[in-house]
Design a protein around this ligand. Structure first.
Ligand code: SAM
Length: 306
């Protein structure tokens, strides 16, 4: 019979090989990822983004990713940056980040905001996640896993310091407090939003208070793309008809994220194969898109030609 010591040894060496393979993949893939993620013929000419400048931007994002602790990947940050570069400067509006933790994504978003002449408005409690709300499925899971209030807490001072050191602090405005208190006072159009807020209740706060300010064809990015029950709100006909009298907008990349040069096939691989099947992507919706099922043949009373 296999002893527990042997089992531990085996799983340790398996982890080491996953880690090694993951590191090799990252080493070989990151330059190609930067090249491919910044490959776009839609970048607005006003920004003067030559190939060299795009590569440098990607390189800087990746370097910052290693300097500031973040729950999201430099690849995801680069996707958002490229979408901002593709947007015409004629479309006015700010970029809004809800949920910044230590400012890992804030640093990179601030750089692209400075480059495109936009303001980055950052909303956070700056004291971590709130007390979970009853009926919130993520909160229930968090409690089961031993949720500690204040988890994902970064202070405003910490975030400011990180952005001053690695990003563009002048492009930023910070709003401290619970979303339910700060977001109702948001002013001005939004061209791109990034909501990495974990709880359903926090996502609801973002949607309720900020969706009306997102410009037509504006973009909303989310981090929690692996959780289908979370993404589901962007497909919920009930939610969008109840609160916005519109069709749901859908989500590009729900479940697996959009393609950023990583491998990801299945949420059960999250633990064992973490280094290889890395969840380093992001998902987004485009305001104005309709993700609604409208084909109900048994309800069609008038047939073509009748
Ligand atoms: C997972 S962390 C964000 C990680 C960050 N986007 C990054 O890339 O490193 C979640 C953040 O959401 C914030 N947050 C969640 N719900 C909130 C609420 N209702 N009000 C204020 N802040 C909230 C937490 O304070 C925390 O900073």
């Amino acid at each position: 019979m296999e002893t527990s010591r042997n089992k531990k040894k085996k799983s340790k060496s398996k982890f080491k090989s996953h880690k090694l393979l993951g590191s090799i993949h990252e080493l070989l893939s990151w330059p190609i990822a930067i090249l491919c993620l910044t490959y776009s013929n839609k970048v607005h000419p006003d920004y003067g983004m030559t190939w060299g400048k795009r590569m440098l931007l990607g390189f800087r994002f990746r370097r910052n990713f290693k300097k500031v602790r973040t729950g999201t990947s430099w690849r995801a940050h680069l996707v958002m940056a490229m979408k901002l570069l593709e947007m015409s400067p004629q479309i006015k509006g700010s970029v809004v980040e809800c949920g910044c933790w230590k400012g890992g994504a804030t640093v990179n978003l601030s750089l692209i905001c400075a480059l495109t002449g936009r303001t980055l408005k950052v909303y956070d409690s700056f004291e971590g996640l709130p007390e979970p709300t009853e009926g919130d499925p993520v909160a229930a899971r968090a409690f089961k896993d031993g949720f500690i209030p204040g988890v994902f807490g970064g202070t405003l001072d910490e975030v400011r310091k990180n952005v001053s050191r690695y990003g563009a602090i002048d492009a930023c405005q910070f709003y401290k407090g619970w979303f339910s208190e700060t977001l109702p006072h948001h002013e001005g159009d939004i061209v791109l939003a990034f909501w990495d807020v974990d709880f359903h209740s926090s996502l609801h706060d973002c949607l309720q208070n900020l969706w009306p300010s997102i410009v037509d064809t504006g973009l909303v990015f989310l981090d929690d793309y692996l959780d289908l029950d979370y993404c589901a709100v962007f497909y919920s006909e009930k939610y969008w008809s109840k609160y916005f009298k519109s069709a749901p907008p859908g989500l590009i990349g729900a479940g697996t994220g959009i393609q950023v040069g990583m491998f990801y096939t299945d949420p059960s691989l999250r633990i064992g194969h973490k280094r290889i099947h890395g969840a380093e992507s992001i998902t987004y919706c485009i305001k104005g898109t309709r993700a609604i099922w409208e084909f109900y043949p048994d309800e069609n009373h008038a047939s073509p030609g009748s």
